[in-house]
Ligand binder design. Structure first.
Ligand SMILES: *Cc1c(COP(=O)(O)O)cnc(C)c1O
Length: 387
């Protein structure tokens, strides 16, 4: 037997982090205590009433049957209420909301729903890798807009050639941004929406970090922009907002025609999200302000700790108060990868090399704030000692 991977799978570039992972494995075998500041996966538990709701609903045999790909009414009404209270966006629960198995799932779903071979998808560099991979799976080509420090990691739509604009079908973007932690305001969303409307491009805004921020300025929704509902969807998640990465639930909201087409695709590929999980997730919105402020206080203290430590190491970073990451510059003489390897070899601490997210991430590394305060401090002290 020969198991030949499909061309689409073979075309995925080897995972840059692989070598760092080999070093981690070796160190763990040697019994060394490796601390990871790599992945963004909240350490704070899921709210108890969400867990209690899951247990109760899991005991109801009615929930043991196939769910609908289009989602439970009670779930969609809870999302609509949240979008109205949090963003002042009015949504029709029946037509403008669909649950996803994590917001990540929405990216391949949208790609397969709209991208034909040869079409372009536009996204950013650096970015969450899934936008690129999903576009490739659907046979599309990718055009990447650089995110640069001098522009506060916002992109310039005027830099896209006429030819690419003509062939572009989808634009994927994300603010508050992973990995740079940059935020944008409504006027930027307005620019994107009017560009997309003029050029007939579907927008997919990824708002996974809408509720991880410090201070009084809450991140907006893409749907706050004029024309946004005419041109796109926003995907959002329970993963970071409610510490529910393992639960695999998120949603897409926005243009009813796009939402319906995503549902049409989903009915043919999966059969929706377990109803008990939809009931539990809906419950999370009941006390969302309490949970969000609880999480953000923890992240903010950790963010301050990280910034202070980086200051004392003489390392520059992008000064933002959003997301669960700090985006920092590698010291002189290092590349992203050589710096990450050096920190791992000498301090037994994992940081993510910025070039993991694209070539414009070169020269940076990302620290995640999703680790307990004492382990975070231990990791930072180790870094201070070797630098
Ligand atoms: C973490 C993250 C998500 C969340 O994905 P889920 O599938 O909802 O867990 C989505 N987009 C970005 C950019 C992320 O960093």
């Amino acid at each position: 037997m020969r198991f030949e991977e499909s061309e689409r799978l073979k075309s995925i570039k080897p995972y840059l982090f692989a070598e760092i992972e080999r070093i981690i494995d070796r160190k763990k075998e040697e019994g060394l205590d490796v601390i990871s500041l790599g992945i963004g996966d909240p350490d704070i538990p899921t709210p108890q009433d969400v867990i209690d709701t899951l247990c109760m609903e899991a005991n109801n045999p009615e929930n043991h049957r196939y769910p609908s790909s289009y989602g439970l009414k009670i779930f969609k009404e809870a999302v609509a209420k949240f979008y109205y209270e949090r963003f002042n966006v009015k949504l029709d629960p029946d037509k403008e909301i669909i649950p996803l198995m994590g917001s990540k799932e929405g990216i391949p779903v949208l790609s397969y729903t709209y991208i034909n071979p040869g079409d372009y998808a536009i996204t950013t560099d650096p970015s969450y890798i899934v936008y690129r991979v999903s576009t490739g799976f659907a046979g599309g080509k990718i055009f990447m807009l650089p995110l640069k420090k001098e522009n506060n990691f916002l992109f310039d739509l005027n830099s896209i050639s006429e030819d690419v604009v003509k062939k572009a079908k989808v634009l994927f973007f994300n603010y508050p941004n992973n990995p740079t932690s940059a935020v944008c305001d409504i006027s930027f969303f307005e620019e994107v929406a009017s560009f997309a409307f003029k050029n007939n491009i579907i927008v997919c805004h990824d708002n996974a970090y809408s509720d991880t921020y410090a201070g009084d300025t809450k991140p907006a929704s893409f749907l706050n922009a004029r024309r946004a509902l005419d041109t796109g969807v926003e995907i959002n998640s329970f993963s970071k907002t409610f510490n529910m990465t393992g639960w695999r639930i998120g949603y897409a909201v926005g243009n009813p025609e796009i939402v319906a087409s995503m549902g049409k695709y989903k009915t043919n590929v999966d059969s929706g999200v377990f109803n008990a999980i939809q009931y539990a997730a809906a419950k999370a919105f009941d006390n969302y302000e309490k949970y969000v402020s609880y999480n953000n206080e923890i992240y903010n203290n950790r963010r301050i700790t990280v910034k202070k430590a980086l200051d004392s190491m003489g390392i520059d970073y992008y000064d933002s108060n959003a997301t669960i990451y700090v985006w920092a510059e590698v010291p002189e003489g290092f590349t992203s990868e050589s710096f990450s390897k050096m920190v791992l070899e000498k301090a037994n601490v994992v940081v993510t090399p910025g070039n993991e997210f694209g070539k414009y991430g070169e020269g940076y590394f990302r620290i995640s704030l999703t680790i307990s305060d004492d382990r975070l401090e231990e990791a930072l002290n180790r870094m201070i000692n070797i630098l």
